[in-house]
Write a protein that binds this ligand. Structure first.
Ligand code: SF4
Length: 373
């Protein structure tokens, strides 16, 4: 049985926005990243901890986990406590909630061959909760209208709707390394409407390699992101500003550029990285050559350096207080709070210009302060 579906829940954000990308991605094999392997290890540890705390048999996996460390241990602990809290909460209104861990969830009624694995599913009479553990740190994942979570919820609903009259669906992302616990709640009716009206028809297009290519922030997760013409056209639209008159861009034009600048730089970096890899494998690009990049001097052997400096009568070491992340790992989150809670401050962050849709409140600019006076 394949481990990943052609139209997987985890890539649904991309193929729902750009249906033909599914076929394109399937044709390009990408090397598994160490982050993915790290995530798999973290999931295994989470599964073990939750199974144990539910009183089930589960052998400790740690010695087989390549990426196991103190941070993974405390993240899995936090996740396990969260799941236990949710189970306790469910027990308040349901005598015997069902708790399923690493459950295969089949949503093929809406997505051809669609299935995925739910980290935790809690069915408590009329409430169904799906919890997804994310070990990644790069992208903050929100539960609201998250199609991956909605696909999982559909799979869980399909499996249990014969036994329970499920009315409410709760979907939670637990992302401990971003201090993010995000929950989205909808009615079963709303979920099924989305499944019929949006998911099913778009999945049919994607499965058949049909539909329109559409570029956007979802391209960052596409295997074709470096070579896709649609993405190139989308990003190169900005080049038109080079030829605009008058000489200076106005506020509306700058705002239009700002709106797309992150995607534009991400695309440019993807092209650079792709072209370098291709050039290293023999492709030549007119006007370009591969050279050795700059490098900094480094010690061949730290121990030998320390010994040599000591013999010469000097102290080779510097003593520094551990950084916050390292100290948290060293002490554990609870002890860290206990000992250092009152010694931590969070300075005001540097101002950043973000789209209106950003959830952070706007800060007063110097101009507005002046206006108020
Ligand atoms: S890069 Fe973007 S536009 Fe191109 S196929 Fe992938 S998702 Fe679609």
């Amino acid at each position: 049985m394949p481990k990943h579906a052609f139209l997987s829940a985890s890539s649904s954000h991309r193929w729902l926005a750009c249906p033909p990308s599914a076929k394109l991605c399937a044709e390009i094999t990408e090397q598994a990243s160490p982050y993915a392997a790290q995530g798999t290890d973290a999931h295994e540890l989470c599964q073990h901890k939750v199974e144990k705390s539910l009183g089930r048999d589960s052998p400790a996996p740690t010695e087989n986990l390549d990426y196991y460390d103190q941070e993974m241990e405390s993240c899995a602990e936090e996740y396990c406590s969260y799941v236990c809290e949710q189970v306790a909460e469910a027990k308040k209104h349901c005598k015997d909630p069902q708790v399923l861990i690493e459950q295969r969830l089949d949503f093929s009624h809406w997505v051809p061959e669609g299935f995925g694995t739910g980290d935790c599913v809690i069915v408590a009479d009329d409430v169904l909760q799906v919890i997804d553990f994310k070990y990644g740190v790069g992208v903050l994942v929100e539960a609201e209208e998250n199609p991956q979570m909605m696909c999982y919820a559909l799979g869980a609903w399909s499996a249990f709707n014969f036994l329970y009259d499920i009315k409410t669906i709760k979907m939670t992302i637990f992302q401990p390394r971003r201090d993010n616990v995000s929950t989205y709640e909808i009615t079963t009716e709303e979920l099924l409407r989305w499944a019929e009206e949006v998911l099913k028809p778009t999945a049919a297009l994607a499965y058949n390699g049909e539909g329109e290519f559409a570029a956007g922030d979802h391209c960052q997760f596409c295997h074709a992101k470096a070579t896709c013409r649609k993405r190139a056209e989308y990003n190169l639209e900005l080049a038109q500003y080079d030829f605009e008159m008058p000489v200076n861009l106005d506020e509306a034009e700058i705002a239009a550029i700002l709106l797309r600048i992150d995607e534009l730089t991400a695309w440019a970096n993807d092209i650079k990285e792709y072209a370098l890899q291709q050039a290293l494998s023999g492709t030549s690009y007119p006007g370009f050559k591969v050279v050795e990049g700059r490098s900094a001097r480094k010690y061949i052997d730290d121990t030998a350096v320390a010994d040599a400096v000591k013999i010469a009568g000097y102290d080779p070491y510097e003593q520094k207080v551990l950084g916050i992340t390292a100290m948290t790992q060293h002490l554990g989150k609870k002890k860290f709070e206990e000992i250092l809670g009152s010694l931590i401050t969070k300075p005001q962050g540097k101002p950043v210009l973000v789209p209106e849709s950003d959830k952070r409140p706007a800060i007063n600019t110097a101009y507005e302060d002046f206006k108020e006076e």
